[in-house]
Design a protein around this ligand. Structure first.
Ligand SMILES: [Zn+2]
Ligand SMILES: [Zn+2]
Ligand SMILES: [Zn+2]
Length: 231
């Protein structure tokens, strides 16, 4: 790995020497620090890594350097939903895709030849010449799933999840309110939007319902195995 990093670094030096943009040593220190890790780092992560390595640069300069790494093919910039932009290595000739945990932000990588071939085939069947793609799967990582109880208040369910109502724990007011919405035990719900604050939007049959967090706290649900692809 060290040798490889060394090669990448000198490759970068050759490319940017031609650009004549100055601050060469500082740029090389930043790429060195970046090449040393194999994570998907945000600008903040990079600032911390640089600080640890004894470098003190302005965030704007670091961002500009990272974007230059992207431009020159040493880094890739990823915009995962709900997260700050992240940078990772651009390994030539290697492609991978991502699973992103919407709870803890954990990022897993995978590559699957069958899936890659299938995507090319789908595109070409439509007469489409594919240039690039990104496959991002959002969900909960195994750690976050392990912390979850099989029975949880609806307010804890994540956007995109399918759940079944198991119990309604509130008093008569809540029960009446839910009954007026047509919700009862055993019903399936699709969480359309639950962003951690404000009302939830859920799909119930062919209707979309808006529900306060207080009410959603009183509805106990479990995962709907029939409508959950990963089950
Ligand atoms: Zn892919
Ligand atoms: Zn997680
Ligand atoms: Zn990656």
């Amino acid at each position: 790995m060290i040798n490889n990093n060394h090669f990448e670094k000198s490759n970068f030096r050759i490319l940017i020497e031609k650009d004549n943009i100055g601050r060469m040593e500082e740029r090389l220190n930043i790429i060195d620090t970046f090449l040393d890790i194999e994570e998907h780092v945000t600008l903040d992560d990079m600032m911390q890594l640089l600080k640890k390595a004894g470098y003190d640069y302005q965030p704007d300069f670091v961002r500009q350097c990272l974007n230059r790494f992207v431009e020159h093919g040493f880094a890739q910039k990823k915009a995962f939903e709900g997260q700050s932009p992240r940078y990772e290595h651009h390994h030539l000739g290697k492609h991978h895709d991502h699973l992103i945990c919407t709870k803890c932000g954990n990022i897993l990588e995978f590559d699957n030849d069958d899936m890659e071939r299938l995507q090319l085939k789908i595109a070409s069947n439509l007469g489409f010449h594919m240039l690039q793609h990104k496959m991002e799967i959002y969900g909960l990582c195994s750690g976050c799933m392990a912390e979850r109880h099989p029975l949880m208040p609806l307010v804890m369910a994540k956007s995109g999840e399918n759940v079944v109502i198991k119990d309604i724990t509130g008093g008569r007011t809540v029960r009446n309110r839910l009954a007026s919405m047509g919700l009862r035990s055993g019903d399936s719900l699709e969480i359309i939007n639950n962003n951690g604050q404000g009302r939830l939007i859920v799909g119930h049959g062919s209707t979309r319902l808006a529900m306060g967090r207080g009410v959603a706290q009183k509805i106990m649900v479990s995962l709907d195995r029939q409508n959950t692809q990963s089950a």
